[in-house]
Design a protein around this ligand. Structure first.
Ligand SMILES: NC(=O)c1ccc[n+]([C@@H]2O[C@H](COP(=O)([O-])OP(=O)(O)OC[C@H]3O[C@@H](n4cnc5c(N)ncnc54)[C@H](O)[C@@H]3O)[C@@H](O)[C@H]2O)c1
Ligand SMILES: O=C(O)C(=O)C[C@]1(C(=O)O)C=C[C@@H](O)C=C1
Length: 366
């Protein structure tokens, strides 16, 4: 029997979800977006089976509806859904990065007989829009599911079954647990990244050359500052209490760092970095499918025309696919570091040995 799924919001996440769940031949995906060009593009790219031109009319036909919109738009859509004519057993879900306020709204929908089960895949990118969607985006990443306390198990299982082709790891958590944990590992780091960029920007008048020196380290730690500002505005507003708590802890941590600097005791400073390195190195490797994979290979290349095609040509000859490519300019006019991302560890290992055999360029892993 065919399951009709309506995805509302066809950006990076809605598009990736549509591509993944269509691997199940019994699933048909209708897609809606307020931007009609996006809906048309989604159909043209094969991201959705059918274009939903009217949200109300398409909602009537859906067995499952997933909101993949910025979280404040999702709240708005949940309000509107109360007035839609929906199938009796329809399940509503979302992909939003916050859960507490959304699940509070879900409680009021429950009183009207509507089932809403929250969802949030912990994989993404600073890129947005349908063009960035990838069927494998959620592979091996945690896909958090936040049912209300007394939700029917059968309904939760229907949603989880739909998500199986994403190859994400389903993790049931409460909305409160969700918002606390994501504040620590996602939302607060985003504020830090944005603040570092602002700090660099304020240097501009006195030392305008500073930005030219922003090399691998600065770029790595601030990549997420290039994300969609509307999405992050909404996340920040919905999780601001957790964020204020994180900020208070961070300020305390910075006081510790300040004391270390003022005391200038070498062993204490080294110990601070050693403990951080230990915890960072122990982080589990997840999200093979995410676009910014951990399988990066650094290639030290001289700065001359054709060097990139030389390296990528070698990889192509050996049928090794790459998922991303960028240059980190550490010292202007001298050397560039070519950073190549692969989907798997095997691809990266094979690439390193081909480059070692066929060129004189050194390769290393971060
Ligand atoms: N980007 C990430 O890394 C990431 C990861 C996991 C979850 N999320 C969450 O998933 C959701 C979508 O994020 P994204 O990265 O795909 O954003 P995106 O900007 O790529 O796409 C959002 C899409 O929603 C559409 N839209 C906005 N308001 C709408 C409305 N009222 N009705 C219909 N369509 C509407 C936009 O036109 C856009 O096409 C957000 O809630 C975000 O918090 C994002
Ligand atoms: O990789 C990135 O660019 C992301 O920011 C992805 C990221 C994250 O913080 O890990 C961002 C927000 C989402 O809710 C989930 C994932």
């Amino acid at each position: 029997m065919t399951t009709h799924v309506l995805i509302v919001g066809l950006g990076l996440i809605g598009g990736s979800l549509a591509l993944a769940i269509q691997k199940n031949p019994e699933v048909k995906v209708m897609g809606f977006d307020t931007d009609f060009h996006t809906v048309r593009k989604a159909k043209k790219l094969g991201v959705i089976n059918d274009m939903a031109l009217s949200l109300k009319d398409s909602a009537k036909m859906a067995d499952i509806i997933v909101f993949a919109t910025p979280v404040n738009a999702t709240l708005q859509l949940m309000n509107e859904a109360q007035h839609w004519q929906l199938k009796k057993d329809v399940i509503l879900s979302d992909t939003g990065s916050t859960k507490k306020i959304i699940m509070e709204k879900a409680k009021s929908l429950k009183k009207l007989g509507l089932t809403f089960i929250g969802g949030h895949p912990m994989a993404g990118s600073h890129k947005s829009g349908i063009e960035a969607a990838k069927a494998h985006l959620f592979e091996n990443a945690y896909y958090m599911v936040t049912p209300l306390e007394h939700e029917e198990e059968e309904k939760i299982l229907v949603l989880e079954k739909l998500l199986l082709p994403t190859k994400g790891k389903i993790l049931r958590v409460t909305a409160l647990e969700h918002d606390h944990m994501t504040a620590v590992v996602s939302h607060f780091p985003h504020l830090v990244a944005a603040s570092l960029v602002h700090q660099l920007s304020s240097e501009n008048e006195e030392y305008p050359f500073t930005r030219q020196l922003a090399a691998g380290g600065f770029r790595d730690i601030t990549r997420i500052a290039s994300s969609n500002p509307v999405m992050w505005r909404d996340i920040t507003l919905q999780n601001r209490i957790e964020l204020v708590n994180q900020l208070t802890k961070w300020q305390k941590e910075m006081d510790t760092v300040k004391t270390l600097l003022l005391q200038a005791e070498p062993s204490n400073i080294e110990h601070y970095f050693s403990r951080a390195k230990y915890v960072r190195d122990e982080l589990p490797i997840t999200s093979q499918g995410a676009m910014y994979s951990v399988f990066d290979l650094y290639v030290d290349v001289p700065d001359y025309p054709g060097v990139i095609s030389e390296v990528t040509g070698i990889l192509a000859n050996h049928l090794i696919s790459i998922t991303n490519l960028r240059i980190v300019e550490t010292r202007e006019d001298v050397f560039g570091i070519l950073v190549i991302s692969f989907q798997t560890l095997e691809d990266r290992t094979k690439a390193a040995s081909c480059i070692a055999e066929e060129t004189i360029y050194e390769t290393y892993i971060s």
